[in-house]
Ligand binder design. Structure first.
Ligand SMILES: O=C(O)CCC(=O)C(=O)O
Ligand SMILES: [Fe+2]
Length: 569
């Protein structure tokens, strides 16, 4: 499968495809927080205002301690004003103000005045007999209510407008509920892939035991019981029952330690209890399986899906899976390909697999060159889309942003013309084409010989599932013979490129290039070259890829058409 671009959208199923855009979101979030802070301050002001008036009102009540009196006063007052029986207290605020505004205060005042005698006995007889008492009473019923409800109304209005502003202006940029679910699911996938401990995750710790004594990555944030329950449910929804039980068991443990069950989650209690029991049983069995595993892996064979997945997981976690004997046959060299030019500056080449060959070129690009590529690619980053055999679809197969740099004529079947095989790239890319030619000994610097440079950016959880680089229909100049992939960032955790059928795993390192052939020398697809980009656990992964096409390179092969001829790079 190959990747091209789709409409501008930040995420696919909620996984932040690009850390760049996560940055934008952080800025947006800051603005949002400022808006909400403003609202909060307004609401505090309004509340203070209301409180003050309430206090004034309460303190000026002649019989503030006499609950029965107050209540009957209220009921009668409202009942009479409305011409109905008493309304609930909350309604009274609105009723009063509405009537106040509709009928005009004087009308209202007259009506209240008429009621006073029968309603509020004051300390010195009738409250309304004393002009000051009457004045204050009416003030409480009119002015104070008015001020209070107005403050509330204003607040409600400004909340409403802020919300609609957020909804209208930034709706496309803000993550949605789907994205939240997707982010949770991506966390579950990483939990499974990297065997992350749930207990550690709750503490904000990403443990890296599996990859051999590497340091934990610690966040300042922790998860709450609510999150733990949510993640358990997310895992359950995507069918990861083992992982779901781990979250539920952890939730049960948190409850035991005194955490409060969030409201509305009471129904989950039985689930949590059974999860604890089942999880204990399962982890015992798993443990036994681990211990009794004696099968030696058979690399460089077409292992089945289960075994492929198993080695994908192990390689992504940074494990060495091949025998020490095999690893000992690998080597590195200063490559010159016998060329005087390269004598001056040989490639630092490392063989990761002998046959089929996979090689590394250390420090292929300088940090400055890497920056140039990223700078050129950034403005056009778009959600990656995968072209399958049948149709084009955006899937969980690949979660990353991609963009292309260099002349569009490169590798484009519709604009290819045999008469114009060469196209002027920028000086920078022309140099890079030539450098890749010197390293791979293949023809690259012609529009027929290679595709455009594809730059990809993976955010946290971003990944590329197992796939082959060959297989796109209608590739006029032949299949993708070779993949020349340059890492543009170092990645602290996760984000490796793995070949489970070869037992090869590579950790991204800024400026280092990875090169392999997808085809056998006779042009047939090599099914051993199944590979994946592991989910990024921590960091911001950038790569640039040049696919080198078959037809222009047939003559470069030393071998004939045997399906078994071995190639070395
Ligand atoms: O991201 C990676 O490490 C692998 C990328 C890849 O396989 C591809 O772009 O075809
Ligand atoms: Fe690939």
């Amino acid at each position: 499968a190959t990747t091209t671009v789709k409409e501008n959208k930040m995420q696919v199923n909620g996984v932040f495809a690009s850390t760049e855009l996560m940055g934008d979101l952080t800025i947006l979030e800051r603005e949002l927080i400022r808006e909400l802070e403003k609202l909060y301050l307004q609401s505090v002001q309004a509340t203070d205002h209301i409180k003050q008036h309430m206090d004034e009102w309460r303190n000026s009540q002649p019989h503030s301690n006499d609950k029965i009196n107050e209540e009957s006063e209220r009921k009668m007052l409202i009942g009479n004003l409305n011409g109905t029986t008493a309304a609930p207290v909350t309604d009274r605020f609105t009723t009063d103000v509405l009537q106040d505004e509709e009928a005009g205060s004087s009308n209202y005042t007259v009506r209240v005045m008429k009621l006073l005698d029968s309603v509020t006995p004051g300390d010195h007889g009738h409250a309304a007999h004393h002009p000051i008492d009457a004045y204050l009473l009416i003030k409480r019923r009119t002015h104070s209510y008015y001020v209070m409800t107005n403050a509330l109304k204003k607040l409600a209005k400004s909340i409403k407008s802020t919300l609609s502003e957020i909804n209208n202006d930034e709706a496309d940029l803000l993550p949605k509920a789907d994205d939240f679910h997707g982010t949770a699911e991506s966390l579950i996938r990483m939990q499974k892939m990297y065997k992350l401990s749930v207990r550690n995750l709750v503490q904000g710790i990403v443990n890296q035991d599996a990859s051999g004594g590497k340091q934990d990555i610690v966040s300042q944030n922790k998860l709450e019981l609510w999150d733990v329950l949510f993640l358990g449910e997310s895992a359950e929804r995507i069918g990861y029952s083992y992982e779901s039980r781990e979250w539920y068991a952890e939730a049960a443990a948190m409850l035991d330690l005194g955490a409060q069950l969030p409201p509305g989650t009471e129904h989950m209690l039985t689930k949590l209890k059974t999860a604890t029991v089942e999880q204990k049983k399962l982890s015992d069995i798993e443990h036994q399986l681990d211990v009794t595993e004696t099968d030696l892996p058979k690399f460089n064979t077409l292992m089945g899906p289960e075994e492929t997945l198993k080695y994908q997981v192990r390689l992504c976690a940074g494990e060495q899976v091949r025998s020490v004997e095999y690893e000992a046959t690998l080597y590195c060299k200063l490559e010159t390909h016998g060329s005087p030019y390269l004598l001056m500056m040989p490639f630092k080449k490392e063989i990761l697999s002998l046959s089929p060959p996979v090689v590394l070129y250390r420090k292929f690009l300088s940090p400055a060159q890497v920056e140039t590529i990223k700078r050129q690619a950034k403005p056009n980053l778009d959600l990656a889309e995968v072209h399958g055999e049948e149709n084009t679809h955006s899937t969980m197969e690949r979660i990353s942003m991609t963009s292309f740099i260099g002349k569009p004529e490169y590798g484009d079947p519709s604009t290819l013309d045999d008469l114009h095989p060469e196209v002027d790239e920028s000086d920078f890319l022309t140099d890079m084409n030539k450098k890749i030619e010197r390293a791979t000994q293949l023809r690259v610097a012609s529009t027929k010989a290679s595709e455009r440079y594809q730059v990809a950016n993976y955010g946290i959880g971003g990944m590329y599932n197992l796939h082959f680089d060959f297989g796109k229909k209608e590739r006029r100049n032949g299949e993708r013979l070779g993949t020349f992939l340059i890492y543009l960032t170092d990645i602290e955790a996760g984000g490796g490129t793995v070949f489970p059928r070869l037992g090869v795993g590579v950790q991204p390192e800024l400026g280092t290039a990875l090169f392999w052939h997808n085809l056998k020398p006779n042009g047939m697809n090599n099914q051993l070259m199944y590979h994946a980009g592991c989910p990024v656990l921590h960091g911001d992964k950038w790569i640039v890829t040049k696919w080198i096409l078959y037809d222009e390179n047939i003559r470069k092969f030393p071998c004939g058409l045997s399906n078994y001829a071995k190639l070395s790079l």
